[in-house]
Design a protein around this ligand. Structure first.
Ligand SMILES: Nc1ncnc2c1ncn2[C@@H]1O[C@H](COP(=O)(O)OP(=O)(O)O)[C@@H](O)[C@H]1O
Ligand SMILES: [Mg+2]
Length: 276
């Protein structure tokens, strides 16, 4: 299952905000998204509870770094939020399941130092060495083309950590999270700047580990779309009378000619049900 994880040693640098926005973006793209949370604070549960039913559906999954770090079945595309301070075995477990790891950093030197330690651990992991798990950093609450962004970009280059883009600090993110939404669920007119800032990040995810399958290739059950329920033609005949709107949700089971069984051979021909 394609998996992207948000990782940082520091709390408050935007992991959960990014996780909700990535999940909502890909849910809008038609991918069946599971939003996993390894943090005992369970911010994802809070966000999902607030999510309006009209917004594209996202499934929640909750675990912790001591157990399984991803759902064992039933998920297709996973966005994984992780707790601050992740290192050692917990970090290694995430690198085993993730195809992409994103490390958000702000303009603070504390963020950069914590991210350097995290990258030093990750870059030695066999899946990162082999390229099966790609790692990149991005600026969070960092304005583009400022000195702070230059410093962060140079820092990433100096330690060989790919740098994707910077997302500005904006109340739009705070408001979106409050309402169980993402910037991609809000009108394009009020989020135009932010959508443009997201482009390199989304392209990286699209081209890399998080490619979205053609919606038609995803089975209906995985898309959360109810498939048509097979019912016998007799039931189908009375259904429209019960609720005309329901008929489209059912599919007639093709009628099979009655089988000639050893027993039916003893039934006189004129009493046998007609076949064909
Ligand atoms: N780009 C942003 N602009 C404004 N506020 C942000 C932005 N990203 C995160 N925040 C705010 O910063 C705080 C911490 O972010 P959060 O995503 O919870 O970080 P983490 O999960 O790493 O602890 C939250 O209050 C969140 O609303
Ligand atoms: Mg968080």
């Amino acid at each position: 299952m394609p998996t992207v994880a948000l990782v940082s040693r520091k709390g408050g640098c935007g992991k959960s905000t990014l996780a909700t926005n990535i999940a909502a973006y890909f849910a809008r793209e038609g991918a069946p998204i599971t939003l996993g949370d390894l943090d005992h604070q369970q911010s994802m549960r809070v966000w999902l509870k607030r999510r309006p039913s009209a917004a594209p559906a996202i499934t929640g999954w909750f675990g912790d770094t001591h157990g399984s770090v991803r759902p064992t079945m039933g998920a297709s595309h996973l966005v994984l939020d992780t707790p601050g301070g992740l290192h050692g075995l917990g970090l290694a477990k995430v690198a085993v399941v993730a195809d992409a790891i994103l490390i958000p950093v702000s303009g603070s030197v504390f963020d950069r130092e914590a991210a350097s330690d995290c990258w030093a651990e990750l870059r030695a992991h066999p899946r990162v060495v082999s390229g099966r798990c790609q790692v990149a950093a991005l600026g969070m609450r960092l304005d583009r083309r400022t000195q702070a962004e230059d410093v962060a970009r140079d820092w990433a280059a100096s330690i060989g950590l790919p740098w994707l883009c910077s997302l500005r600090g904006s109340q739009i993110y705070v408001r979106a999270v409050e309402n169980g939404l993402s910037i991609f669920d809000m009108p394009a007119s009020v989020t135009a700047i932010d959508r443009e800032q997201w482009e390199p990040l989304l392209q990286w995810l699209h081209e890399g580990a998080f490619a979205v399958p053609d919606v038609d290739e995803v089975p209906a059950y995985a898309r959360g779309v109810p498939s048509r329920l097979p019912v016998s033609p007799a039931v189908l005949r009375v259904l429209p009378r019960l609720n005309p709107g329901d008929a489209a949700a059912f599919e007639p089971i093709p009628e099979k000619p009655p089988a000639i069984t050893a027993f039916s051979r003893f039934v006189p021909r004129f009493l046998r049900p007609r076949s064909g």
